[in-house]
Design a protein around this ligand. Structure first.
Ligand code: PHE
Length: 375
């Protein structure tokens, strides 16, 4: 195409037949496409736009003035059609170019720099939260909804927090099954340390730091001298609960527990408590829930007695009680002014009951076939 053909009339260019018109436009289109190919920034795009579509002296305006308006009458329809088509094509090419510039995927970039956004991505398998974690959150949500907050404490404890401040002096018989994983410390290190045997030490740590009212739950790992079997593991999980205020009664305590159990297992379960013993609660109780498997009737699916509750209709859930006034002495609370309750639930056990898992070991074996069942 002659240089700046659009500045000349068709007559000057020697275009006299309709058949020559489309050749003229396809050359113009090729020039435009070529120039547009080098446009790789907004600035260049704007320059290109003015050069081609600018109202006063853009190529298109000049082509309209010189080619269309001054065309011989018999050429006018062909020139008009070609001009419109050229304009439409150019506009859509430009729109695509602008989109490419804005999305950063630049077709004119060297091949090795190109990112093909239409290729399927690399799908990396996404993990899921462990069932224990999921059940922790379920329980936390229930208690948070009734005004408890979540706190945590160290897994390595001093005997003071794990025992003494919980009213378990040295040589107290309940230490028997707990006096267990002590750390080997370098010579001269202060005091013995052990892996906590329950989450109860965080009761003390919390009350040392806060004045009543206190309403906390404490999720975490605990360690005991238990031989592994279907229901025991040397490491397991507990959720401790503690509520202390000026007027907390045994009714608040059982009401709270009942609310939790119904939220967690469903509204049809019943609860009961039996007297029990913990040095740091008085009175102490053991909470039972009506058997989730046989509905509390004690009869199994086959007609015999239910294997889960051994025919009793009840399943032991966790220990709890009203905070023993002696404990307040360790944290400088006035036992005449405050009262409260505490509970310690075995998380793994709750998860096993709710999800029908019959071996605690599967929680810790990391077998994906098990883990995948709880996405
Ligand atoms: N810490 C007790 C245990 O691990 C459970 C418990 C917690 C009992 C709080 C009463 C109050 O067995």
């Amino acid at each position: 195409m002659p240089e700046k053909a659009h500045e000349k009339t068709l007559a000057v260019l020697g275009v006299t037949a309709a058949s020559q018109v489309s050749g003229l436009f396809s050359e113009l289109a090729a020039t435009a496409a070529n120039e547009l190919g080098r446009v790789d920034s907004r600035d260049l795009f704007e320059k290109f736009r003015v050069e081609w579509l600018g109202r006063k002296s853009g190529v298109l305006t000049l082509a309209a003035d010189n080619w269309l308006k001054q065309a011989a009458p018999e050429l006018k329809p062909a020139v008009g059609q070609e001009l419109n088509k050229f304009k439409r094509d150019l506009e859509s090419l430009m729109a695509a170019r602008l989109a490419a510039i804005e999305s950063g995927s630049d077709d004119s970039a060297p091949v090795r720099d190109r990112v093909d956004l239409s290729l399927p991505g690399v799908i990396r398998p996404v993990g899921s939260r462990h069932l224990i974690r999921q059940v922790f959150s379920e329980i936390e949500d229930i208690f948070v909804s009734i005004g408890f907050s979540v706190v945590e404490g160290p897994e390595i404890e001093t005997p003071y927090y794990n025992f003494e401040a919980l009213n378990i002096p040295e040589f107290h018989p309940v230490r028997e099954d707990m006096d267990t994983f002590y750390l080997e410390l370098p010579k001269g290190a202060p005091g013995p340390l052990l892996l906590r045997t329950h989450t109860s030490p965080v009761q003390i740590r919390t009350m040392e730091k806060r004045q009543p009212p206190v309403r906390v739950i404490v999720p975490g790992k605990v360690y005991r001298r238990d031989n592994p079997d279907a229901t025991h593991s040397f490491m397991f999980h507990q959720i401790e609960g503690l509520a202390v205020d000026s007027d907390i009664t045994f009714c608040d305590f059982t009401g709270t527990i009942e609310y939790f159990v119904k939220q967690f297992f469903g509204p049809s379960v019943k609860t009961r408590f039996r007297p029990s013993y913990f040095p740091f609660t008085e009175p102490s109780v053991e909470f039972d829930v009506s058997c989730i498997f046989c509905g509390g009737g004690g009869t199994g699916a086959g007609g015999g007695s239910c294997g889960k509750c051994k025919g009793s209709g009840w399943i032991e859930l966790f220990g709890a009680g009203m905070v023993d006034p002696a404990v307040y002495g360790f944290v400088n609370y006035d036992p005449k002014k405050v009262s409260g309750f505490a509970f310690g639930m075995g998380m793994d056990r709750l998860a096993m009951l709710k999800y029908g898992i019959d071996d605690i070991q599967v929680f810790f074996q990391n077998d994906v076939r098990f883990l995948k069942q709880f996405p």
